[in-house]
Design a protein around this ligand. Structure first.
Ligand code: UDP
Length: 238
């Protein structure tokens, strides 16, 4: 029997900002658009997605207003699950088979996070959406994206950003001389103290030699292009 060539497998990180279209909550038209872009790649690439929750709550911000940090972080994690369900709905409407896996058990709305099952779903052509972060306070979904990418053996982690289209030599919003980089190493990123990603995510990728693409959501078809492996944004490697 013919052996099927192994498909590329990617882990896409979508931050909460992406879902809200800049506002609190979920903007259906925005999510529908992203779902269509993901749907356009199905069958060619295996896709898993880690979803952020900053459009609902960020634990660090709530704790600054006096909440207990861990409880606030759990609120943040629960927010990510709402984004997962929105994305799942629009993906299914676009004809894509999906599964949501949550790091916090909630059997009515999502499977539990079971990495081997996630891999099996992807092999069958399903898109797996990971919610509730790591299930652990004091973590960010960027770090979880790196961790999940490693655990499901993704070839690359794709970090979708709002308002910036890659890694710059300085913060482009503050420094007009900032230049976009086509590629850099994790050592460079950490030495330059680059803020586009959290340092834990960088160091996890570095230590395990996982490649990363940082790219902007703005621009026609950017999510599809990143998933399909087109040169886009900034390539970060060990
Ligand atoms: N969070 C957490 N542990 C995790 C992932 C997320 O405690 O493993 C919480 C944390 O409070 C965070 C919030 O969930 O602020 C939303 O996630 P994040 O800020 O990473 O979302 P994004 O910035 O990507 O929208």
């Amino acid at each position: 029997a013919e052996v099927e060539p192994k498909r590329r497998r990617v882990l896409l990180k979508l931050s909460g900002e992406v879902f809200g279209g800049g506002k609190l909550g979920v903007d259906p038209d925005t999510v529908r658009g992203i779902a269509k872009q993901i749907a356009a790649t199905v069958g060619q690439v295996e896709v898993a997605i880690v979803v952020g929750g900053g459009n609902f709550f960020r634990g660090a911000e709530l704790s600054q207003s006096g909440m207990d940090r861990s409880r606030a972080d759990y609120m943040g994690m629960l927010g990510t699950v709402m984004n997962c369900l929105a994305l799942q709905d629009f993906l299914e409407q676009a004809g894509v088979d999906t599964r949501v896996q949550s790091a916090i058990t909630m059997g009515q709305v999502a499977e539990a996070y079971i990495p081997r099952r996630a891999i099996r779903h992807m092999e069958k052509g399903r898109v797996v959406i990971f919610g509730a972060g790591a299930g652990l306070p004091y973590f960010s979904t960027d770090t979880v994206a790196a961790q999940r990418a490693l655990e499901v053996h993704a070839d690359v982690v794709l970090m979708a950003k709002n308002g910036v289209d890659g890694v710059y030599t300085a913060d482009p919003k503050k420094d007009p001389a900032a230049e976009k980089l086509d590629s850099l190493t994790y050592d460079d990123a950490m030495r330059r103290n680059i803020r586009v990603m959290d340092q834990t995510a960088f160091s996890l990728c570095k230590d395990n030699k996982l490649a990363m693409v940082v790219f902007g959501m703005e621009g026609e078809g950017n999510v599809s292009r990143a998933i399909l492996g087109e040169k886009i944004g900034t390539f970060v490697s060990a």
